[in-house]
Ligand binder design. Sequence first.
Ligand SMILES: Nc1nc2c([nH]c(=O)n2[C@H]2C[C@H](O)[C@@H](COP(=O)(O)OP(=O)(O)OP(=O)(O)O)O2)c(=O)[nH]1
Length: 159
Amino acid sequence: MDNIPKPHLIADAELPREGGTERKVVDVAVGVLIRPEGDFLLTSRPAGKVYAGYWEFPGGKFEAGESVQQALSRELFEELGLHLHQIEPWRQEMVDYPHALVRLHFCKVLAWSGELQMREAQSFAWQRLPVTVTPVLPGTVPVLEWLAQEQQALNPVAL
Ligand SMILES: Nc1nc2c([nH]c(=O)n2[C@H]2C[C@H](O)[C@@H](COP(=O)(O)OP(=O)(O)OP(=O)(O)O)O2)c(=O)[nH]1
């Protein structure tokens, strides 16, 4: 895993503009499933995918014509067997990986039903900060920082 080249997290101002020879942007819907007590779900990337074994929030690429909510609902049903009931679009991030330029649409998911199934033979872990699983996908690390910032804003004395 250490040989994998590091991606570049890019600011909006750096994005390639229309008319050039820019790379195609791949949109990805990502779900941060948060339990009432605050634990969140991480899954490991299955064998055979790029960055196999890295931990991430579950999700996947949009199919043609899908909204973020539709893509996320489809992916999490396909991968985990869950039905999502409350999806809140949260933040976006662009990551320039060697394999693709991705736009990650992170959503908080606060209500779902169904029994968690690892349909792609991935692993899962309910986590809280600081996370104990490793390695975490580079494009996922900022999300942990956003969660930490939110926790600190809610409870500045505890951290
Ligand atoms: N699901 C997910 N993907 C992430 C996160 N962070 C991050 O950089 N990514 C990147 C890794 C991949 O380049 C891309 C997701 O693509 P993917 O290959 O997992 O999507 P998919 O399940 O639709 O894949 P496939 O059907 O083509 O096999 O987004 C994250 O937290 N969750």
